[in-house]
Design a binder for this molecule. Structure first.
Ligand SMILES: NC(=O)c1ccc[n+]([C@@H]2O[C@H](COP(=O)([O-])OP(=O)(O)OC[C@H]3O[C@@H](n4cnc5c(N)ncnc54)[C@H](OP(=O)(O)O)[C@@H]3O)[C@@H](O)[C@H]2O)c1
Length: 92
């Protein structure tokens, strides 16, 4: 929802804008903390939470396991990037 580059849907304009704004903040934080922290914008997947609903793709356990595995494999070179829960890159 926060990606402008891979956007195809037309729903949730304000939600999408709020997530795109967070991505902009992430980029600023990554620059400000360069060399001190690795800062990533993550998409957790479409997850079966209260918000995601029962029809979502992923269980919470699967999303979190993927995020933990991806975070464990990060190096400082990844700072300022937008990644899926499985570590694949997402267009800004
Ligand atoms: N689920 C998805 O598919 C999905 C996909 C992409 C991104 N996200 C993002 O992931 C984040 C978490 O989503 P979720 O799916 O886990 O949503 P959720 O199941 O609706 O949970 C939202 C959590 O935020 C808390 N919360 C809401 N308003 C709050 C406030 N004013 N102060 C403090 N806590 C507050 C709620 O606390 P209470 O339980 O106490 O109300 C709840 O624990 C959101 O930013 C969402 O946009 C979700």
């Amino acid at each position: 929802m926060g990606s402008i580059g891979s956007r195809t849907g037309t729903s949730g304009w304000l939600y999408r804008a709020s997530k795109a704004a967070l991505n902009s903040l992430l980029k600023d934080v990554a620059l400000a903390l360069a060399g001190r922290a690795t800062c990533i914008a993550f998409h957790p997947g479409w997850v079966r939470t209260d918000m995601g609903g029962a029809g979502a793709d992923l269980s919470v356990e699967r999303s979190v396991a993927d995020l933990r595995r991806t975070i464990a494999a990060l190096t400082p070179a990844y700072t300022g990037r937008f990644l899926n829960h499985d570590g694949s890159p997402i267009d800004w």
